[in-house]
Design a protein around this ligand. Structure first.
Ligand code: SF4
Ligand code: SF4
Length: 211
């Protein structure tokens, strides 16, 4: 009998303790977010997803070189002399077409190391964290804004210009070699003429000495 009373007391005490906690939180401030209708705002500086403002990118590759897991893949093509790509919003001249600028967010470890070396501050984290995918390949983000036709065109132009420059360089080297050979021939000829003149003077001098 005594035991039953004790058990009943413990039960009632537990119920009232639990209800006390419930009632206390019932009148307190709400902390639960009704996701996805409500979303938590990320704190400033949170590392959630990378973004590249491609219009400000100069293709220097510093971000890709800083990445410890090689998840940034950049391909650049030098702009030909007839093209002015302008400047970035920070005043840096743009000299390269960005034919490829991919970031594989499935590999990214959110270290932020790519962000700091960027001279134009065009690669940075944005507070977007809802980007899960069923297919991992969809986590490769493409930031280049060039259409495939344009990529082919700029590559072809760059190749033609590079070939032309190579031909010009070879022509210049050939001319230099010709000039050098010509100069050497002239010097050799002069030396021979001088040597002949010296040998012609010598017998005459010898004859004078005998007289
Ligand atoms: S945050 Fe780190 S891992 Fe991700 S792309 Fe930048 S350097 Fe690479
Ligand atoms: S460091 Fe900045 S400017 Fe250089 S390639 Fe990367 S994003 Fe572009």
């Amino acid at each position: 009998m005594r035991n039953a009373v004790k058990q009943s007391w413990i039960t009632f005490k537990s119920i009232f303790t639990g209800m006390g906690v419930t009632i206390r939180h019932f009148f307190g401030p709400t902390v639960t977010l009704q996701y996805p209708d409500e979303r938590m705002e990320l704190p400033k500086g949170a590392r959630a997803r990378l973004f590249v403002n491609i219009d400000d990118c100069i293709g220097c590759n510093l971000c890709a070189r800083a990445c410890p897991v090689n998840c940034i893949d950049i391909e650049t093509v030098a702009a030909t002399q007839d093209v002015d790509l302008g400047k970035t919003s920070t005043g840096n001249p743009k000299r390269f077409w960005l034919t490829r600028f991919n970031i594989d967010m499935a590999k990214c470890m959110y270290c932020d190391l790519c962000v700091h070396p960027c001279p134009t501050n065009c690669i940075y984290m944005v507070p977007e964290y809802e980007y899960s995918e069923y297919d991992r390949s969809n986590l490769v983000y493409h930031f280049s804004n060039l259409e495939p036709d344009m990529v082919a065109e700029v590559k072809e132009k760059a190749e033609l210009e590079a070939e032309q420059k190579k031909r010009d360089r070879e022509e210049m080297m050939r001319k230099k070699a010709e000039e050098k050979a010509k100069k050497e021939m002239e010097e050799k000829k002069k030396a021979e003429e001088k040597s002949e003149a010296t040998s012609d003077d010598k017998p005459a001098n010898d004859k004078q000495g005998e007289e």
